[in-house]
Write a protein that binds this ligand. Structure first.
Ligand code: 0R9
Length: 692
């Protein structure tokens, strides 16, 4: 602290900048929940990725430490350690104390083409208890920052350097930067890193950054719960410590091509090697200087009938799409229409393909990189710059035309054109499908008598539809519900698994017709989320194997035929409790084994435990209190990734590839991947085939 006077008035302004981050963290990282927590890790990882994308680093290691801190290390050039003449501080200090450092910093030395997104590492610093940096550039350099609350001044002193950058004079052969930080528990609702979230993102980044080796080390001990019985026959629940996870490494020399192959795992591709192309074009974003846009895509059609397009802008997943996706689709459509006309797949009398014809069964990854992007949409994951559309369209047309003329690609384009023609014919033949679905949508109350218990209110914002496993639980739910805004749809047995069915076949199924009719927004291509009667569609199934299977089947249905319902965030998984812990009048519910421990302590000596095997075991009051009452219930909002994962699980179990299924089942099907809401189950029921 002895050098504190080293920082002058100019710097104070900077520190106030960081204080703003403390005061309104949501403005900088979206939320202070688990997503916000991970955001501050991504900021640091992004810096390393930028260094790698510029060709200076090829290995990045992320470590989740025992003490709850996280660190990121890269083998790049190392952050600049010299004093910047303008700012009168080292690059290291700039990066961690200046908001938006990197992106806005206009000194040539520091011009990195990355840093195109995000709010910068200073935000991570501002929201951490402490942050330590080491730079390896011949010598080892060190710098530390801390955040404290100054009670007398009633303000946060956050991200304050404890001293200027220190040259330790220690020699090192290593190159690069190491950043370690402790997220502040006073800022975040949780400071526990989610391994699956981190792993998934790092894997994605490894796909998007070809050849970069990304390691993930989780040094935290793992815990599991073992239930047993003590001498008096009471249920016991003991926490057992297990060794940390094994380190993992992600590295894909094929980049996007490997990404597409990975996404197609378990599907049947129409051609062996995905198509790949990339180009850099000029772009003029309104109100910004002329710039460049890097466009890259890989694609491969499969025998499936839905499209999976994963798009990214500056390595950020654009789940809600945007102008780059529009450009991709229109480029693809133009290129394939030209090809099909010129090669006899479309005759003079045939109408041109429409986008859906080309999208059928398409798996593709599209990434664009450019400066001055704007994100829109509910979750800020939609690219809002219209100028992006044209260069992407142009690149796709050029790319596909070049690829067509490459040796060995002839059959690839023939396969795509054949598939599109088939889809177009099918579409024309099956216009009837739309009419049936429409009829089902409008068929209010007719074939629903005795099935759907409809709510009386008409406001989709308030209305909730519970899809309940089993007639008996359905009956209980009907008693428990608030009639004004809660509808109950009991499902008899397992719903039709639509994975292997055509849309028309799906429409012949009573249960599915009833769902379409209840939701009232159409189906498949005619689905219009604006027309939904419910902005909460809640799947309520038992916490056992069958229940998990039903969840997966329903999610697959929504994923395939009502995807926008998921995109809009209207699909939920209801979470009934697993245990009731009680003693005389005291009743507590536990939703998992960890909570069971807590609740046992809360109820105290002489407690009893009931383990719910199914929803049907609960009384109407209990079901209301634990699962249906908006004030007290536990629900999980289904993301498109969850649903895609459920669909790919179903695909693997039911799909064309028998080997994949066998291997999968042999490994005891760990369904926990779907963000923790599908427990570890052995999916025997799936093996025996469809449950129509
Ligand atoms: C572990 C996380 N890694 C980083 O945060 C990281 C930032 C960074 C970096 C540069 C190199 N490696 C890095 N790792 C760098 C160095 C130089 C020029 N540009 C970038 C150079 O030596 O000339 N920086 C990112 C931003 C900045 N450095 C700065 F310039 F703004 F300071």
């Amino acid at each position: 602290m002895e050098k504190q006077q080293h920082y002058n008035a100019d710097d104070l302004k900077i520190l106030e900048g960081l204080e703003a981050v403390r005061v309104r963290p949501g403005m900088y990282i979206g939320s202070t929940g688990v997503n916000g927590l991970h955001h501050i890790l991504w900021e640091i990882v992004d810096n390393s990725i930028d260094e790698a994308a510029n060709g200076y680093a090829d290995e990045i290691t992320v470590t989740l430490h025992k003490d709850g801190s996280a660190s990121v290390e890269d083998n790049g050039r190392g952050m600049p350690t010299d004093i910047n003449s303008k700012a009168k501080m080292s690059g290291v200090e700039i990066i961690f104390t200046k908001l938006h450092a990197g992106g806005k910093f206009d000194n040539e030395n520091y011009a990195f083409s990355g840093g195109l997104h995000g709010v910068g590492a200073s935000v991570t610093n501002a929201l951490s208890k402490w942050l330590n940096v080491e730079v390896y550039r011949g010598n080892v350099f060190k710098m530390s920052f801390t955040s404290t609350y100054d009670k007398s001044k009633k303000k946060w002193l956050c991200g304050i350097p404890t001293a200027p950058l220190l040259d330790t004079k220690e020699k090192t052969k290593k190159k690069g930067t190491l950043v370690r930080f402790m997220p502040d528990g006073e800022v975040f609702e949780t400071t526990e890193w989610n391994y699956d979230t981190v792993a998934k993102r790092l894997k994605e980044l490894a796909f998007l950054n070809k050849g970069v080796k990304i390691n993930l080390l989780d040094e935290r001990p793992q815990y599991s719960f073992e239930t047993g019985e003590d001498a008096d026959g009471n249920v016991t629940n003991v926490r057992v410590e297990r060794p940390p996870r094994e380190p993992v490494t992600y590295k894909y020399d094929g980049g996007l091509v490997d990404f597409v192959k990975y996404l197609n795992d378990g599907k049947t591709p129409l051609y062996e090697e995905p198509l790949y192309y990339s180009d850099i074009k000029d772009i003029q974003i309104k109100g910004a200087p002329a710039g460049k846009i890097k466009i890259e895509f890989a694609m491969c059609h499969t025998k499936d009938d839905t499209e999976s397009l994963f798009s990214f802008v500056n390595n950020i997943s654009t789940v809600e799409g945007g102008y780059h996706e529009n450009g991709f689709h229109s480029g693809l459509l133009k290129a394939m229409n030209d090809y099909a006309r010129n090669n006899g797949f479309l005759k003079a009398k045939d109408a041109p393909f429409i986008p859906d014809d080309i999208k059928e069964g398409l798996t593709a990854v599209l990434t664009v990189k450019l400066a001055n992007v704007e994100f829109e949409g509910q979750t800020k994951t939609k690219l809002g710059n219209p100028e992006v559309r044209q260069p992407v369209e142009q690149t796709v047309i050029e790319g596909l035309s070049k690829l067509q003329n490459e040796r060995g690609r002839k059959t690839v384009f023939e396969e795509i054109a054949k598939k599109a023609k088939f889809a177009a014919d099918d579409r024309i033949k099956h216009r009837a499908e739309r009419d049936v679905a429409k009829a089902a949508s409008e068929n209010d109350g007719l074939n629903l008598v005795g099935k759907l218990a409809s709510c009386s209110g008409k406001n989709p914002d308030l209305n909730e539809l519970f899809i309940v496993e089993g007639d008996s639980a359905g009956g209980t739910a009907k008693q428990a519900r608030v009639r004004a805004y809660q509808s109950i749809l009991p499902l008899r047995g397992k719903p039709l698994n639509v994975q292997k069915k055509s849309a028309l076949q799906a429409l012949q199924n009573e249960e599915i017709k009833t769902m379409i009719s209840a939701i009232g927004a159409g189906f498949n291509r005619s689905f219009d989320v604006e027309k939904t009667k419910y902005k909460k569609v809640i799947i309520l199934s038992d916490a056992d194997q069958d229940g998990m299977h039903i969840r997966c089947i329903l999610l697959t249905f929504f994923f395939k035929y009502m995807r926008d319902l998921i995109n809009a965030g209207y699909v939920y998984i209801g979470m009934p409790p697993l245990y009731k812990v009680y003693k005389k009048d005291v009743v507590e519910y536990a939703y998992d084994d960890e909570e069971l421990d807590e609740k046992i302590k809360k109820v105290g000596k002489g407690y009893s435990i009931q383990r719910y095997k199914g929803l049907g075991e609960m009384s109407a009051d209990q079901l209301w209190d634990t699962t249906m009452n908006p004030e007290t219930r536990n629900m999980i909002q289904v993301t498109i990734e969850d649903a895609a994962e459920a669909a790919s699980v179903i695909e693997m179990l039911m799909g064309d590839k028998v080997e994949g299924r066998k291997e999968f089942l042999a490994q005891n099907a760990n369904f926990n991947k779907v963000d923790g809401f599908i427990e570890k189950v052995n999916f025997k029921s799936a093996e025996s085939g469809e449950a129509d």
